[in-house]
Design a binder for this molecule. Sequence first.
Ligand code: SF4
Length: 455
Amino acid sequence: MQTTKELIRKYNVPGPRYTSYPTAVQFQETDDLSDVISHLDKRNREPRNISLYFHVPFCFSLCWYCGCTKIITKNTDRGDVYIDYLAKEMDLVKNKIHPESKVIQLHMGGGTPTFLKPDQLKRLGEEIKKRFNFHKEIEFSVEIDPRTCSKDHVDALAQIGVNRASLGVQDTNEEVQKAIHRIQPFEQTVQVTQWLREAWIDSINFDLIYGLPKQNAETFKKTLEDVKTLTPNRLAVYSYAHLPNLMPSQRLLNEEDFPTPDEKLSMLMLAIDNLENEGYRYIGMDHFSKENDELTKALVEGTLQRNFQGYSTHANTDMYALGMSGISMIDSIYYQNTKDLDAYYSRLDTGELPVIKQMILTRDDLLRRDWISRLMCKPTVYFDQFEEKWGVNPREYFSEEWERLDELEKDGLIIKLKNEIQITNRGRLFLRNIAMVFDAYLSQDKKTKRYSKTV
Ligand code: SF4
């Protein structure tokens, strides 16, 4: 059997990360909101648990590798105006949601949520609480940039109910930090982690990136050792995706400083060995969590889910995304807000949802979304459970794709049995490749140019 390293080389092809299926590149522009409104009305005839996402686009300075939707500014007053408009959008959304629905999951991402000053964060929290009912077991998470997070920020976050935090770390090496234009002394990460734990926000994730300029296996090993001293509950170790045509700021990176593909591969292997030896489980799609973490338990119990924020422990809830660029997923429709801040404001001034794109899923999309989600989230996918839900046997429905699984089985990524597919531990490293077999939109080859590679 081939070694894991050989397999990573073999399966290192561009592909989506499947935070949604179909992916956002399939969304179509629209200026007619009637489909969005009718889906919202239909889904809100009864109360249900829901997820909310708030996008805070501002950052104080540009990290050159960044692929997020953001606005660079030092003017924190812009946060006040933005919260005013989030409140307008919340009013529009709230009017559509069943009054007894409860928010089970709330996430603030960006950009940089901690660009907002502590008082602004408190105000945003109050505006949300005024309009929505929180479930008593709400998972309220926020992305934190340790460079812009003071103790007052942490206290404000705790006060509004945040109970999970994800810290952007990327790499602790000073030369790498200079090369990516993100100077972040490790002491800042240590300090913010300590404040969070003192404030009982003790479910902590760190984001790391490998494949950045000036990185090599040795520097990355030190980064892993540094972050392990803080024992985060979860770690996301992302492969840097160099797509300068889509993300122009990446042109600022010096291409000569990039590690070679082999070095990059060594960093990935190092992270896997290092973290597994330290008691982290590889969940899939770059995510590791401690054995006693809810994410690990959800994987083992087969209740893990995937949404726009990555893996989640909550059952498939509708996701209402607010703020510029936010993508909502309400049952069988996806829709996206404008990425243009002025347009976002002016649409809300006219009392309209700032939606500019949408996609209504066909029955085939819905079946494939469910099937791909099972493959990415469950150790074993049972055919009878799928058939019970959709009235079709997956072997028959996906008969064209089925023989393409043979190669994956030969390489030890999956085991096909009469009524189930098992995803092996080795296969968890290649979930994207397994899912791609069932992606009906990938046959048009050129689309893959929009995606990054696995490693
Ligand atoms: S990586 Fe984060 S902090 Fe840096 S520019 Fe992008 S969104 Fe802003």
